[in-house]
Unconditional design. Structure first.
Length: 240
């Protein structure tokens, strides 16, 4: 048969792996991680934090901080997670969180959201007046003082906390205790997104799609596909 010689045949351009299979450059490209603050509204019940922390452990997500606390609704709690991952990883964090049964809603907060941390810093008290002057620069409050140490409390953004720690380091830092990030959306924007309608009785776990287009886990299934313990309803049904 007539045709081009092997050397004259067109060769597809693009990166190939060791097996000679072409690789999509967009898929193969390494993406820079970014810091994201994710607000999770959950049912205020025992074991919720354990489920969330075990999810991150299994998926090996890079967590910067995780805080949990009550909300204005006694039946709900808010978990604020700060992760540092590329965009695909952040999407996975949100999708996997939505699959947990106690989760009501999940959203990534905007960059302009109100973010605050608290740090308690204990330094040497060789020069208390200088320590007090630096503390005033960062609107810090002295919470403890002795002959040998001074302990101050600083509240503010992450950058402010790190600046205070760096400046107070000149006196000799003995101990530092920091909380994670507490964040809230600005204005009338809902911090944890819009919960599903109460009339449906569904949480995001029942409606969210997982990665790869697969349906979300059923309400009685865990993240790894194993069935959860069944919940016994208080009401019984009569058998004929």
């Amino acid at each position: 048969m007539e045709g081009p010689t092997p050397g004259e045949r067109p060769v597809p351009r693009g990166k190939r792996n060791s097996q000679g299979i072409r690789i999509d450059p967009e898929v193969e490209a390494e993406r820079e991680p970014r810091r994201a603050v994710i607000s999770v509204l959950v049912a205020h019940e025992p074991g919720v934090l354990s489920e969330v922390s075990s999810l991150f452990s299994r998926r090996q997500f890079n967590i910067e901080s995780l805080t949990v606390g009550a909300t204005n609704d006694p039946e709900r709690a808010r978990i604020t997670v700060v992760v540092e991952e590329p965009d695909p990883g952040i999407d996975q964090v949100e999708k996997q969180l939505r699959k947990l049964v106690p989760v009501i809603s999940v959203r990534e907060l905007d960059p302009d959201a109100v973010r605050r941390e608290l740090a308690i810093i204990k330094v040497d008290a060789a020069d208390p007046s200088e320590v007090a002057a630096v503390a005033d620069m960062y609107d810090a409050r002295t919470v403890d003082a002795s002959r040998e140490t001074v302990t101050v409390e600083v509240t503010g953004s992450r950058q402010k906390i790190e600046g205070a720690i760096d400046t107070l380091g000149q006196f000799g830092v003995r101990e530092i205790t920091r909380t994670g990030t507490a964040a809230q959306a600005r204005g009338t924007d809902s911090t944890a997104g819009t919960p599903p309608a109460e009339t449906t009785g569904q949480t995001e776990a029942a409606a969210a799609a997982t990665d790869g287009g697969e349906p979300a886990d059923a309400a009685g299934a865990s993240d790894d596909g194993e069935p959860k313990d069944a919940t016994v309803d208080d009401a019984t049904t009569e058998q004929a």
